[in-house]
Design a protein around this ligand. Sequence first.
Ligand code: ZN
Ligand code: ZN
Length: 334
Amino acid sequence: MKAMVLKEISATEKEPLEMEDLPKPAPGPKEVLVKVSACGVCHTELDEIEGRIQPKLPIVLGHEVVGRVEGFGSGATKFNVGDRVGIAWIHSACGTCHFCRGGNENLCLEFKGTGCHANGGYAQYTVVSEDFAFPIPERFSDSEAAPLLCAGAIGYRDLVLSGVKKDQILGLFGFGASAHIVIQVAKHWGCEVFVFTRSQEHRTLAKRLGASWTGVPDDQPPRKLHCAIDFTPVGETVPRALRVLEKGGRLVLAVIRKRDPIPPLDYAEHLWDEREIKSVANITRKDLQDFLPLAAEIPIIPEVQDFPLEEANKALVLLKQGKIQGAGVLRMAH
Ligand SMILES: [Zn+2]
Ligand SMILES: [Zn+2]
């Protein structure tokens, strides 16, 4: 099978993924073999390529995988051949540690990430435990479904953890793939949304998707934010967001790693009055099970830009430059 493989940590601009011919993977016990049709590109891949999070090397990246079940390992019974499934960042969790038992399998001591600790979807085929494959609602095309699996589902987790309620003001810092899905869920819940981004194109998209105010990150919004989500890799966004956060408000940090340090915070200006900061790590199966049907019901139809698998490097560079409108998705030819 064709796969785009990362062999060493590198700058994304050096286009380090190499097209290789790998053996088609064989599904192990309780695993399914998935013929991949689409795989989203995600900021987490930039973190892996550039070494801010450490993948097992060599690795096939990609954790927004959509395809059809083509084969089974022993004891796999949940799906039929031809079923359309998605695979997300959570590739496996132990099921027995205190985090797993408490419903926080995203924090599992043995958490494994798709396309990080196990080969992912930048390839024609992949394998996954049937317990970590999710049915894709009919109404989405393969490309549309891909960003729902990470940008969408993690955005949903960010939104839930922000604690935002109906009629409250939610601030979004950065307006990429995840934020443009989050705004649609937040509007569905009856929240008001303010969007802060440097990109004029992204501000226009935000307005179209229902933002009642948009500006650049340093702008003063007309009212303070009850909750905010920071999708940017920029450390400085943290004090900027805290400065416009209402008393008792919570700022959720959605990225796995910041590209640069968070500047020193001033306790009185940024944190006093019960302001909170919370990071979001990984994702649970429940997030996906809750979000995918909700996305179909609203419905959320992500904006996508397709690239052939061979152009994975180009898609990643454009992602890093913030030049993809909505979500980038790799398409596999078979
Ligand atoms: Zn992702
Ligand atoms: Zn566990």
